[in-house]
Design a protein around this ligand. Structure first.
Ligand code: NAD
Length: 469
């Protein structure tokens, strides 16, 4: 793929037949996305069923080789992909944003290709020999959100392809162009029909989740949609991996150094302008260092430039859509009305074309405030004061979601003890939200079930089969 325009044109429908996607920074059109229907879904599933047996028959080594070539193809088109992602999603090119996301796509493809998965010999005692193998599932459905549209698609499809499956992807209706363009690039190295993107609405997602031709759904999105998918998948007893909403707590212990942790806290909360499943969304700070942490965090946050993602200087961008902007604005207003103290931000410019909400820090806020209890999914962090660590742990565990959490301290051993008390799929120490293709990732409680990444992530895209003889 040679230019940004060529890449965009390669996924656009005939003029007048698509849906216009607007740039969240400017309100200007980015391009037209095809509007696929349930009939298109049927065709994609039929093509996937036709392509899958030959792909499965290639074996792990040949499939891994194809994924490595697909990673190279992503790198060849990296700048065009990052530009499109920035315009459609809003995230800046720089910082942990668009270029970083495209880089992660290549990294996760290579990791899926390079992770060994040999059959386990479970018992071999002279009388019984039992081996555990993983067979392909068949056709996998991948349904994704709008916040990290390319990276999350790769998280879903790379292990699925590696394990010998075909994949039908249903991207978010907010960010279809990014996913269509990514698939276009990947398909330079994959057989026809193996990977198809069906760019439709909720009706297409629902039909995918209930379709008898789909053996497993990989879903990343809200907890409410995850529950709907559990229901639509029930009749066909589909396997599911559900990565759902989070409201991650961070606990700053009294021995932490406010200056040393301020930047890590900031990026833990504000990565992708807060639109990240496992971002730090509630910060609990011990009363002894509360004022110092507020001050350092305000200093770091105030220095971070926000604006159009194509401007190389910016590291924070707009919210992706007006609905999400409204959620953040409503929650900050609820906090303000309750008497909480706005340390920074909280006043978006009126009548702007883009969905920019400034980086906002809210102090002296009650633990039952909506900004604390509801997932804000945007650039507004509540900072709650606590007196004892037991009290902080109780508040952190009080919600019915548990994706990630973090503990911040100068004493790693002490922090690990607190980490073990937290009800979350991952607990980070002195960082928040770092993901790694070698390390399993998944939610506790209503943040979902199933693991992605590493060898556990590969196993989740296969059907376990015991050979006993
Ligand atoms: P969403 O649930 O609204 O939409 C996600 C996808 O589901 C979209 O493609 C949508 O079209 C599709 N969909 C909607 N209704 C459906 C149905 N009934 N059946 C099948 N598919 C359906 O989520 P969103 O607003 O795009 O994303 C934000 C949410 O995702 C946040 O809650 C965030 O925490 C969560 N998220 C979680 C992770 C994670 O790894 N746990 C990662 C990113 C985002």
């Amino acid at each position: 793929m040679e230019t940004y325009d060529a890449l965009l044109a390669s996924v656009a429908p005939a003029t007048g037949q698509g849906r216009t996607i607007l740039d969240p920074a400017t309100g200007e059109p980015v391009g037209e996305a095809p509007v696929h229907t349930v009939e298109d879904l049927e065709q994609a599933i039929a093509a996937a069923e036709a392509a899958q047996p030959a792909w499965a028959a290639l074996g792990h080594d040949a499939r891994s080789a194809a994924l490595l070539k697909a990673a190279d193809a992503v790198e060849r088109s990296a700048e065009e992909l990052a530009q499109l992602l920035s315009r459609e999603q809003g995230k800046p090119l720089n910082g942990p944003n668009a270029r970083f996301e495209v880089g992660a796509c290549a990294a996760w493809l290579r990791a899926a290709a390079g992770t060994p998965l040999d059959p386990d010999t479970v018992v071999d005692d002279g009388e019984t020999r039992a081996e555990l193998h993983y067979r392909p599932i068949g056709v996998v459905g991948a349904i994704g959100p709008w916040n990290w549209p390319m990276m999350i698609t790769v998280w879903q499809i790379a292990p699925a392809l590696r394990m010998g499956n075909a994949v039908v992807v249903k991207p978010s209706e907010y960010t279809p162009l990014s996913v269509l363009a990514l698939a276009k690039v990947l398909n330079e190295e994959l057989p026809d029909g193996l990977l198809t993107v069906v760019s439709g609405g909720r009706d297409v997602g629902e039909a995918l989740a209930g379709h008898p031709g789909i053996g497993k759904v990989m879903f990343t999105g809200s907890t409410a949609t995850g529950k709907a998918i559990i229901k639509s998948s029930a009749d066909t007893v589909k396997r599911l991996t559900l990565e759902l909403g989070g409201n991650d707590a961070g606990i700053v212990l009294p021995d932490a150094d406010p200056k040393a942790i301020a930047e890590g806290l900031f990026w833990g909360a504000f990565i992708n302008t807060g639109q990240t499943c496992a971002a730090l969304k509630r910060l609990y700070v011990h009363t002894d260092i509360y004022d110092a942490v507020c001050e350092e965090l305000t200093r770091v946050a105030a220095a971070m430039p926000m604006g159009n993602g194509l401007d190389e200087n910016n590291v924070l961008g707009p919210l992706q859509n007006r609905q999400q902007f409204d959620v953040v604005a409503r929650l900050v207003e609820a906090a303000r009305e309750s008497g909480a103290r706005i340390l920074l931000g909280g006043n978006p410019a009126p009548d702007q074309p883009g969905h920019f909400y400034p980086a906002t820090l809210v102090a002296d806020i009650g633990n039952d405030n909506p900004l604390v209890c509801e997932e804000q999914f945007g650039p507004a962090l509540p900072i709650i004061r606590y007196g004892t660590v037991d009290e902080a742990v109780i508040m952190a565990n009080a919600l019915d979601v548990g994706l990630g959490a973090s503990v911040w301290s100068s004493d790693a051993a002490g922090a690990r003890k607190v980490a073990a008390c937290l009800e979350a799929g991952t607990v980070w120490i002195n960082k928040h939200g770092a993901v790694d293709p070698r390390i399993p990732f998944g939610g506790a409680k209503q943040s979902g079930y199933g693991l992605e990444f590493g060898v556990d992530g590969l196993k989740a895209l296969g059907v376990p089969q015991v050979i006993n003889g």
